[in-house]
Design a protein around this ligand. Structure first.
Ligand SMILES: [Zn+2]
Length: 391
């Protein structure tokens, strides 16, 4: 942090292409015999460095700690296990335009995040009218419009690239929607630069949350871009135009184990409700005046999703742990699924459903349940939409 504060940064954003903080250190890395919990001082160091650096630049530029619009550049805290004295190197680098590869997985039973090349092949198999856009680092934001009975539906995943179950869930749901003759737009992975970085960080630390990979290579949250150039968000805006979108199903995830940055505030600003998992939950954002329809829709949706085998037990266990360690859930719980309902005038379609599954760091059966729930969320929402529930 002293090195950053002592550097003569340029006046215009982004301040750098990549700010890399490479650390080799000892520390504690230990799985715990409960859920996905662990002790990891190296994971905590990643979180501490990423959020502290963001906060430094926000503060230096007169922005509040909760701002999501500052385009600092890509911050990469790369924390690896090392022996002996801790070594740290802080460097400014050009963007890394490479990506990562992995074996192709069966979509229905994927045990880990899909490699970028597989996501592209899945979209090609789906077909439709493509309207890809290009990310800051030159990767494709894959986008397609599948023709059919138009419901005014956009399905997207991976806005925050370290939240990976929604990508699989969106692709699985898309195949079924297409088979049913439904028309919709699909953007399975909205933030390919973050996703490339996440894949690379996972090679050394597959069970870390890697929040530095959540935002774009410009360092901002693409959803919060409100003026040109929209960059990655342009795909979403085009999808709304093509589908005359009524509903945006926006698939997200969040930490599957306790989230800590022990040296600087324990959790990032506004993140206390996400400190430990509270199961799968739904956020419904609606335009002013649509509260009754929104609430009715999301309650019916929760009731249907709760039938996914294993989800109720999973959620009940998380909700009990949340009550024991954090306290009372501030949101209503319907069929074991917390519901967050609120007005959001800044969204383009009248209704946005954000699906939140605690998926960061999970694999195998835990990951399969995650993307099965994400898929069910999209399919049930499309079904309710087709039945006129938002008309
Ligand atoms: Zn998210």
């Amino acid at each position: 942090m002293q090195a950053l504060a002592g550097h003569a940064w340029k006046n215009a954003q982004p301040f750098f292409e990549v700010l890399e903080i490479a650390v080799q250190t000892g520390g504690i890395e230990q799985r715990l015999p409960y859920g996905d919990e662990c002790l990891s001082t190296r994971e905590a160091l990643h979180e501490d460095l990423y959020f502290s650096i963001l906060e430094y630049f926000k503060s230096a530029n007169g922005l509040g700690a909760e701002d999501r619009t500052l385009q600092v550049g890509q911050i990469v805290p790369d924390i690896r296990a090392g022996a002996g004295a801790t070594r740290i190197q802080v460097a400014l680098r050009p963007a890394d335009r490479a990506t990562w590869t992995d074996a192709t997985q069966p979509l229905d039973s994927a045990a880990r995040p899909l490699a970028p090349a597989q996501i592209e092949r899945e979209v090609e198999t789906l077909g439709g009218t493509r309207f890809d856009v290009v990310s800051l680092q030159g990767r494709k934001v894959l986008a397609t419009h599948i023709a059919g009975r138009e419901l005014g539906l956009l399905v997207s995943g991976g806005q925050h690239a370290n939240e990976t179950s929604g990508v699989v869930g969106a692709l699985r749901a898309a195949a079924e929607l297409k088979a049913k003759g439904v028309g919709f737009a699909l953007i399975p992975q909205e933030n390919p630069d973050g996703y490339a970085m996440h894949g690379k960080l996972r090679r050394d630390n597959p069970r870390h949350m890697h929040h530095a990979a959540r935002f774009t290579a410009l360092g901002d949250d693409l959803q919060f871009r409100e003026q040109e150039p929209f960059g990655e968000k342009a795909a979403q805006l085009e999808a709304f135009r093509r589908t005359k979108a009524v509903l945006h199903m926006n698939l997200h995830g969040y930490p599957a184990h306790e989230w800590t940055r022990p040296h600087s505030g324990y959790v990032p600003p506004r993140s206390a409700p996400w400190m430990i998992p509270k199961g799968f939950f739904l956020i419904m954002r609606h335009h002013p005046g649509l509260r009754a329809k929104a609430e009715n829709f999301v309650r019916k949706l929760a009731e249907r999703i709760a039938r996914v085998p294993g989800l109720k037990e999973f959620n009940d266990a998380h909700l009990a742990a949340f009550a024991a360690h954090i306290g009372e859930m501030p949101n209503p719980i319907h069929h074991s699924i917390p519901l967050v309902i609120g007005e959001g005038a800044g969204f383009v379609p009248p209704y946005t459903v954000v699906a939140e599954y605690p998926d960061e760091t999970i694999y195998e059966d835990a990951f399969r349940l995650a993307h099965t729930v994400q898929m069910a969320t999209v399919l049930e929402a499309a079904d309710l939409l087709a039945a006129g529930e938002l008309a």
